[in-house]
Design a protein around this ligand. Structure first.
Ligand code: 5GP
Ligand code: ZN
Length: 113
């Protein structure tokens, strides 16, 4: 089954990769909705957070910690930023490979649309 983010992870399709380790890869969103818009994904294919279990506890924690570290590296920590995980139709998920959005460098509003 074709998955855009698996293809980005294996570099079958190009992206601007900003971080990578053995389990996680982070790259710029192709259609940014903020001046900084990065997606962090597990290299392993997981459809959505609905498909995670206790076995993924470490991976889920690492996704958030790497997002925090990226925010620090990009010097947006103090001003603030937003981490988002959209899930399924009502959550606005359009790519069915678990990902964390890191949005920064503009003031976000609440509630989100
Ligand atoms: P979702 O709507 O599922 O939460 O987020 C999916 C995100 O993936 C969107 O922000 C969209 O712009 C981004 N996206 C979709 N296709 C590609 C692609 O081929 N490359 C990159 N870098 N981002 C993509
Ligand atoms: Zn995938």
């Amino acid at each position: 089954m074709k998955c855009i983010f698996c293809e980005i992870s294996t570099r079958s399709i190009p992206s601007k990769i900003v971080f990578e380790n053995d389990k996680i890869i982070a790259f710029n969103d192709a259609h940014p909705v903020a001046p900084t818009h990065i997606l962090l994904i597990p290299k392993q294919h997981i459809d959505s957070i609905n498909n995670t279990t206790e076995e993924d506890q470490l991976l889920l924690g690492e996704l958030l910690l790497e997002a925090k570290k990226l925010a620090k590296k990009l010097e947006v920590s103090d001003a603030g930023y937003r981490l988002v995980i959209n899930t399924n139709e009502y959550g606005g998920q359009s790519v069915n490979h678990l990902h964390v959005h890191l949005l920064a460098n503009r003031k976000m509003t609440w509630p989100p649309g």
